[in-house]
Design a protein around this ligand. Structure first.
Ligand code: NDP
Length: 307
């Protein structure tokens, strides 16, 4: 029987692990079998995480957080959680390899997953020109034309990064107002390799085996075809609640609901942190902060007289 299992290894999960391990709760962190470290593993420079005046590479930041958690005794399991039974005093967490871990408390920090456009051929051509990660796949598009879809910071970041490889980067956005921060928008707008196409909804992806173009429905009613070999989709993300959505109360936006500024969910002994609870800010530093909150709440729960 464990005291604490943490599901997720992004900034929320690892920060919770650092705090819980220092409180001698010997947490088990289930990291995911393929994507440990969370979304920052797919980014390049992180310039806004406090403590790094010259910036830090996303993967380096996450490896440091992992090392810091392990230094205090957090145990890592490189597997996926496939099922949870959270209702009783003893929670059961089932791993991909079939093992069941029993624990008195659980911190949920599963983060969010990339949104899909939901159009035909998106899944078929995924990995064959359709991508959600410029850092991972950008180098395949050296001297080619690519399109980035979206109008938020992710789209600006992806487009700017892709100019290292691609000849032309089309930034395609469905409206003409942007959610991106002024600084990142301006950086993309002033890059001569990036061409903005606004008022354009992607209606189709062309290509037999690999992407050869996309079709756009323009706001003025016309249709347009763009010859691109890469399509980078950067239209936001949704909280990864599949494991728990039937047993834990969610908010109308689909996040795990927590009480006030705490990490307390609707189930005693179950705490939540990071993008899973955050429809608004979704920053690494915010996720890390809520991870600390979750560890302190779990510690208090485990130390309370009732348990
Ligand atoms: P956002 O939710 O901020 O933006 C999503 C964008 O995608 C919007 O422009 C939206 O358009 C568009 N969109 C959504 N659904 C569709 C669809 N079905 N078809 C076409 N377009 C669609 O998500 P981001 O991932 O960009 O950013 C999330 C958070 O992460 C933000 O807080 C952001 O600041 C942060 N972030 C910070 C970075 C940094 O500081 N370095 C880097 C990347 C992200 P519309 O506006 O019309 O709804």
């Amino acid at each position: 029987m464990r005291d604490l299992v943490i599901i997720g290894s992004g900034p929320a999960g690892y920060t919770a692990a650092i705090y819980a391990a220092r409180a001698e709760l010997k947490p088990l962190v289930v990291t995911s079998s393929v994507k440990m470290g969370g979304d920052l593993m797919n980014t390049t420079e992180v310039d806004n995480f406090p403590g790094f005046p010259e910036g830090v590479m996303g993967p380096e930041l996450m490896m440091n957080m992992q090392a810091q958690a392990e230094r205090f005794g957090a145990e890592l399991l490189f597997d996926d959680v496939t099922e949870v039974d959270l209702t009783g005093d003893v929670k059961k967490v089932t791993m991909g390899n079939g093992d069941v871990v029993e624990t008195r408390a659980v911190i949920l920090a599963m983060g969010s997953e990339y949104r899909k456009l939901g159009i035909p051929d998106e899944a078929r051509l995924s990995g064959f020109g359709v991508s959600w990660c410029a850092t991972c796949d950008g180098a395949f598009f050296r001297n080619r034309a690519v399109a980035v879809i979206g109008g938020g910071d992710s789209a600006m970041e992806e487009a700017t990064f892709l100019t290292k490889f691609a000849d032309t980067v089309y930034l395609v956005h469905r409206s003409d107002t942007f959610r991106a921060s002024p600084a990142m928008l301006q950086r993309a707008k002033s890059d001569p390799k990036i061409q903005f196409i606004t008022g354009a909804a992607v209606s189709g992806i062309l290509g037999a085996d690999t992407v050869s173009g996309i079709t756009l429905d323009m706001a003025d009613g016309s249709t347009r075809t763009l010859d691109v070999e890469g399509l980078f989709i950067a239209i936001g993300s949704d909280p990864r609640t599949d494991l728990v959505k039937d047993v834990i109360t969610l908010t109308p936006e689909g996040n795990v609901r927590v009480e006030g500024r705490s990490s307390l969910t609707s189930v005693p002994g179950v705490f939540a942190a990071g993008d899973l609870i955050d429809p608004t800010y979704r920053q690494a530093i915010v996720a890390a902060g809520t991870g600390a909150v979750a560890a302190l709440d779990a510690q208090h729960f485990l130390e309370s007289d009732a348990h």
